[in-house]
Design a protein around this ligand. Structure first.
Ligand code: GDP
Length: 303
């Protein structure tokens, strides 16, 4: 249901283009596939992906002997889900949790993509499930970042470990890890800095944070989630590649899908990064975060 609302824009554009395709639909001919390719590129699935999808569709439509609009639409939907899943058949979309002891999840990504908001939303979800959650404000650099996380801590009713402005973020994380170990908490969510102007510096900082966590809890961090803003389209892909070069990213959080007509970026990210999308942000409110489900997502686009 959340997908319904959140994907309204993507659906409008993508759906409208498809409807236009079908408006003077006579048969699934070459022109149809050309137009479909254009609609896919418009939805930001990326050029190669668009060509791949329409090529595979061509075969599938022939194979199934799909003729009516309904049959063709159904084929498109199933093919999109297939392609998404085939890109990472052995990966799971759900978050990795510790079997015993605290789970540590690190959030990385450039400023403004929605990191802090996502941490707040997830904290709320886990808190509602009865888990003991702690947040760590490891962005000690950007003015206001600590306070912003504290606001989310209040909203979600979970404690936030902070340090002084400009203090060593790894020290804040160390304190937070000690706290969750002592209190036997369930989840530690770490919000990190996102200043990409000084890339080397930032990557070193993230490495240090990871080392501190790993030293205290050997199997942690259990997830390193890269947060990307869907409205930035192909730019999100470029950012992702930069992060992936230096940090082991285990999953993607794609935010602001409610604010874009480019929901197709999900497919591009999947195929180009080989990292699963695990969560999607569909609004600014505390419960506007969803586990990513490729099936629901693609159906949501076509409703
Ligand atoms: P950070 O710098 O990466 O920590 O980004 P913030 O969490 O401060 O978010 C930046 C802006 O994006 C804020 O105005 C958020 O309300 C907004 N935002 C975050 N996630 C979403 C989302 O899923 N949908 C929409 N529409 N806005 C979002």
């Amino acid at each position: 249901e959340k997908y319904d609302k959140g994907l309204a824009k993507s659906r409008q554009t993508f759906g409208q283009r498809l409807n236009a395709l079908f408006a003077n639909f006579r048969s699934v001919d070459e022109e149809f596939f050309d137009n479909l390719e254009e609609a896919l590129i418009g939805a930001d699935v990326g050029y190669e992906m668009a060509v791949k999808i329409s090529d595979e569709l061509r075969d599938e439509v022939k194979l199934r002997n799909a003729k009516s609009q309904q049959e063709v639409t159904q084929t498109i939907i199933e093919k999109l889900v297939d392609i998404y899943e085939a890109e990472g058949a052995d990966e799971k979309n759900s978050l990795n949790f510790a079997e015993k002891g605290p789970t540590v999840i690190l959030f990385v990504g450039v400023n403004g993509v929605g990191k802090t908001t996502t941490v707040g939303k997830l904290a709320h979800q886990y808190q509602q499930e009865g888990k003991k959650v702690v947040l760590a404000a490891a962005d000690t650099f950007r003015a206001g970042a600590i306070e912003q996380l504290e606001v989310w801590g209040k909203r979600a009713d979970v404690p936030v470990v902070t340090g002084k402005a400009k203090s060593d973020p790894a020290a804040v994380v160390y304190d937070a890890v000690q706290k969750v170990k002592q209190e036997q908490d369930d989840v530690l969510l770490v919000d990190t800095a996102g200043r990409l102007q000084n890339k080397v510096n930032l990557m070193n900082e993230l490495e240090k944070i990871k080392r501190v966590i790993h030293r205290e809890i050997p199997e942690a961090p259990h997830e390193v989630l890269l947060v990307l803003d869907a409205t930035t389209g192909q730019n999100a892909l470029i950012q992702a590649k930069q992060f992936k070069e230096t940090t082991d990213v285990t999953g993607i959080v794609l935010t602001k899908l409610d604010g874009t007509a480019k929901g197709g970026i999900v497919l591009a990210i999947r195929s180009e990064l080989k990292v699963p999308v695990k969560l999607v942000g569909l609004g600014e409110q505390i419960d506007d975060l969803q586990a990513f489900d490729p099936n629901e997502f693609v159906y949501g686009l076509f409703k």
